[in-house]
Write a protein that binds this ligand. Structure first.
Ligand code: IVH
Length: 734
């Protein structure tokens, strides 16, 4: 590969891996399988090694995936939480052993082999045997404080058992949901007309990051522990010893692990684990092979990201072969036409699969998939099954190449409206796609309504895909806000089944929707902006815009958006007029001087914009987003939505207008407060726009101190940071 091509591929892979990291760690809704993710990451690592001139410290290969989200206090780990190197291949496992043998000067090494649990990593701190804190891995050195949520886990002992307990210890493990609990919650959601979750790991990750511990408690998370962070005094001699101690302390541990000598015995244990794993309570996506002896572990050491003394061997995702009966076309909320594989039903990874995603037309062509083909499908646990490949050698004669436009007869399969080729960006299937051009298409309306009510938007629980489609089909809703006009009675009697087999939505579910839609009235502009599916406005953009505008009307005529567009114009003009422009070089000295002066003027105007309306505006709020937001708000559908909100008396406010008394302030809590619990004090601070930190520095705005405040209070006094009592704090909040 030439350096030019490598550089391009590295850039692509970095963007892809960073995006998949965010989807997996922060949003708990990955779009590709772990296997596909690992393959991308591996390719990127190899290229960065081969072309070190393109290696960069901010590459996603140089950090562990960050799970931190807003709303939680951040806490530093006393010992960094590392990730694990992984492999899908026995040869690399042997190479891992050979490396250790060289490093430690002996081939006779003891290992443990444990299940690799497919959950999310947490670190529990116990002090003098008492549970004090649970923190997510975060970025390795600091994570989110999820203590209140972890306390709801029934198998978590508040106190370690036995006499042999360290003074302070970080115990690491994995939070998960059992398959049974996953099914129970999904069944409940389906019954209530809500979208089911894709898999137990996503549901567990989403649950741990809920801001309401009561809701977390209802979902019955579970926990398993397997490693140590900081431990004083250091009393553990081996991984096997640790397994015994964890159990003796009364902590939940893995059902099975193996203590073996030599890598061949470890490999045999991996095989045994693979045969047993379907019986474990948690999802197991591999085996973790660890050097048993702690002294040897210490000698082997770690890189920035992972220990050298452990490796994960991951099992390949389950695949199956079946026939592709047909390719049907779904229309999404933005009108994009996506192909879906209709399959001869086949059993795969414990469930019967009859549909799989085909991503887009380009991919179908690239993989040469045709109707009637024998295909291989993959179910990787966390995502919708996907078609991996076809077997053209076994193809029935005369099967034509798939042509989406022909398949839908050149029109939208739902509304028969016009379709057009469009370029789609990140949010959906990337690349070129066909799109239904009719904003009022029934499928688009239903898609928008379902999205409007989704968790990340207005969280009107109860209106999932099925209910949304029904409300649109029966003409109760055209635009999402019409949901406010649907009477309780209408919702309660909604028939989600058929005339022969009616399935009535019910009074209770209907009342839930009414309560949730009323609560949503008070949500800020950023949520409404996101919820109303303004083209190109994702969650991040919505947040940026919502923070910088007070109302929809202000946004519609936003000086900021105008400035973004004006800057793009100025920069384009400067590009054209640059005297050394390759396309249009200066023709004479006179021309050169004139254009130089013009460019300086253009740059000065850009500088004025950047110091004024554009100050602090992130680069990704670019001209494309600005243009499409302005166009949409001034378009027929945009005006219709704004009028409807006005009629309903809904006027979402930007966070600028709602900033609290503690906006921009950082507070540190110490000691026991007379009436407030720590959690409720933290919530009050966050609600008033403030931040909570774990340590006092010059940047701390206030220290909120209670009874028995310790070193943090001393530090505050030393640095001259103002100290508040609870009463003063409450007065400050008004
Ligand atoms: S030990 C310093 N053991 O897998 C070594 N990790 O992909 C730390 N994991 O970050 C990890 N099961 O969250 C270890 N039996 C096990 C595990 C395990 C699952 C997770 C852990 C780690 C990730 C790496």
């Amino acid at each position: 590969m030439t350096p030019d091509l490598a550089q391009q591929r590295i850039a692509e892979l970095r963007a892809q891996v960073a995006r998949d990291d965010a989807l997996y760690y922060q949003q708990a809704r990955p779009e590709i399988s772990d296997f596909a993710y690992d393959a991308n990451r591996r390719e990127l690592e190899d290229l960065e090694r081969q072309f070190p001139q393109f290696a960069r410290p901010d590459s996603p290969t140089q950090r562990v995936g960050d799970d931190r989200v807003p709303g939680f206090r951040e806490v530093a780990h006393r010992q960094k939480m590392l990730s694990l190197d992984n492999t899908y291949n026995a040869e690399e496992l042997r190479a891992f052993h050979a490396r250790l043998a060289r490093l430690l000067g002996t081939d006779d090494l003891g290992y443990t082999v444990e299940p690799k649990i497919d959950g999310l990593a947490v670190s529990l701190t116990y002090e003098d045997g008492r549970f004090v804190r649970a923190v997510t891995r975060g970025q390795g050195d600091r994570g989110d404080d999820v203590t209140a949520n972890v306390r709801t886990i029934p198998s978590l002992p508040p106190q370690l058992a036995g006499g042999d307990v360290p003074r302070a210890v970080e115990i690491r493990g994995e939070i998960y949901l059992t398959a049974a609990e996953f099914e129970r919650i999904n069944a409940e959601r389906i019954a209530a007309g809500e979208e089911p979750y894709a898999n137990p790991r996503n549901l567990a990750a989403g649950t741990l990051k809920l801001l309401d511990p009561a809701e977390v408690a209802r979902r019955k998370l579970d926990l398993v522990l397997y490693s140590l962070g900081h431990c004083e005094p250091a009393i553990v001699a081996s991984q096997t010893d640790l397994q015994h101690r964890l159990r003796a302390w009364g902590l939940p541990v893995v059902e099975r692990y193996w203590t073996v000598r030599g890598i061949e015995a470890a490999w045999a244990a991996v095989g045994e684990l693979d045969r047993l794993r379907s019986r474990f309570a948690y999802g197991t996506d591999g085996a973790v092979i660890k050097l048993d002896d702690v002294a040897q572990q210490r000698e082997a050491g770690a890189t920035d990201k992972a220990p050298r003394w452990a490796i994960a061997y991951k099992f390949k995702p389950d695949t199956a072969r079946t026939r592709l009966r047909a390719i049907t076309i779904q229309v999404g909320k933005t009108g994009i036409l996506s192909p879906v594989a209709e399959l001869e039903p086949v059993l795969l990874a414990g469930s019967t699969i009859s549909r799989a995603t085909l991503h887009n037309e380009d991919e179908i062509r690239r993989k040469d998939i045709r109707v009637g083909d024998l295909v291989e499908i993959e179910k990787a646990g966390e995502v919708i099954p996907a078609v991996l490949q076809s077997f053209p050698a076994e193809r029935p004669a005369g099967a034509p190449v798939f042509d989406l436009q022909a398949a839908v007869g050149g029109q939208c399969p739902v509304c028969a409206g016009r379709i057009a080729r469009v370029v789609v960006a990140a949010e959906e299937a990337e690349g070129v796609a066909w799109k239904c051009q009719n904003y009022d298409c029934r499928a688009q309306r239903a898609g928008r309504l379902g999205f409007f009510c989704s968790r990340r938007a207005l969280a009107i629980d109860g209106v999932g895909g099925v209910v949304a489609a029904k409300l649109v089909e029966l003409g109760h809703v055209q635009d999402p806000p019409d949901l406010y006009d649907v009477a309780l009675e209408t919702l309660a009697t909604l028939n989600l089944g058929t005339a022969e087999e009616p399935r009535v939505f019910g009074e209770k579910n209907a009342a839930k929707i009414v309560a949730a839609r009323e609560a949503a009235r008070a949500l800020p502009l950023e949520k409404w902006l996101y919820a109303l599916s303004v083209p190109d406005v994702g969650e991040t953009t919505a947040r940026e815009l919502g923070r910088r505008h007070r109302t929809f009307d202000e946004l519609a005529d936003s000086p900021l958006l105008r400035a973004v567009l004006r800057r793009a114009e100025l920069l384009a003009q400067r590009e054209r007029e640059a005297p050394a422009s390759r396309k249009n070089p200066a023709k004479s000295d006179e021309d050169k001087a004139r254009r130089k002066e013009l460019c300086a003027r253009l740059e000065a105007e850009v500088a004025v914009l950047e110091a004024g309306p554009l100050a602090g505006v992130p680069a990704d709020l670019g001209p494309a987003v600005a243009a499409s937001t302005r166009e949409f708000l001034a378009s027929g559908p945009g005006l219709r939505l704004r009028a409807k909100l006005r009629q309903l008396g809904i006027e979402p406010q930007g966070t600028v207008a709602r900033a609290g008394v503690l906006t921009g302030k950082t507070l540190v809590l110490t000691g026991t407060l007379p009436t407030l619990t720590r959690e409720s004090a933290e919530q009050k601070i966050l609600a008033a726009g403030g931040k909570v930190s774990g340590s006092v520095s010059k940047k701390t705005s206030y220290v909120l101190a209670g009874e028995a405040a310790g070193s943090k209070l001393d530090k505050a006094q030393e640095l001259g940071v103002p100290v508040l009592t609870e009463a003063e704090f409450l007065r400050l909040l008004g």
